[in-house]
Ligand binder design. Sequence first.
Ligand code: NDP
Length: 292
Amino acid sequence: MTAQLIDGTAIAEQIRAGVAADVKARKEAGKSIPGLATVLIGENPASQVYVRSKQKACAEVGIQSFGQTLPATVSQAEAEALIKELNDNPAVNGILVQLPLPKGLDEERILNTIRLDKDVDGFHPVNIGRLAQKGRDPLFVPCTPSGVMYMLEKSLPSLEGVNAVVLGRSNIVGMPVALLLVRANATVTICHSRTHNLPDVVRSADVLVAAVGKAEMVRGSWVKPGAVVIDVGINRVEDATRPRGYRLVGDVAFDEVKEVAGAITPVPGGVGPMTIAMLLKNTLAAAEMSDK
Ligand code: NDP
């Protein structure tokens, strides 16, 4: 392996330890304990796992969590009423609505109902809009993209002027990552399912962020020698040698790309742990905002 491994687990651990220390200092200073409300609608098993791990991470750093669950059959008005109740609850600093929502609910309207200063997931249309505008700042940046940027900033002295290629343009990963890279003065190319000559475009990247959801799509021959590669993808591939019958891989063919890249994140243990660490950081920041 020639690439340096970017260890998301270790970086996330440092962030969590920092949050835990700050929460403890708040308690000692008689300030409020930060609180995160998780809103889980329906019974999507993956969403249940994500929400549980967010609540566990909160407990580990001393953040209170308020778990709210609603059935998939809930009406739009009832879902919005719950968000409004949480908006008015002073013990709740951050509100996280676990996506995707069950069919029939209007995601944009629900996210729009969250008070801006409690939008710790950063998906409120105003926060995303500000992210896209020069001279404006969102109150919160979405957690996975913010974790990606944190790792890039640790891996490179500067992003200014570098050629960055983002694979994927989703609302939750690709597009906000691209906007953040632009804010960091990188020169950004966004690729998607209609991009022509994808391997050639990817080969121009000094920084590559892959968020497509296609197992090991990015091959070693696509990557510029020395590039920094951040693999956001989490994909299950069948593996009869594993007790669960599958293993997790990224969107990057790790074994090939690690021989070409300058630095690379593994899957698992790369971007995944950073997402929750950034959520904890955002929740602490929301509590600090509420002090003022
Ligand atoms: P989406 O399915 O919402 O978006 C995928 C994007 O990839 C789309 O823009 C799509 O293009 C593009 N794409 C799909 N196929 C191709 C292709 N063959 N060539 C080029 N582009 C393609 O996924 P998400 O953004 O939600 O997630 C991406 C991955 O990241 C998934 O594996 C997901 O599990 C993972 N993830 C990991 C997180 C973490 O914490 N580590 C958090 C969130 C997601 P188009 O727009 O044209 O359809």
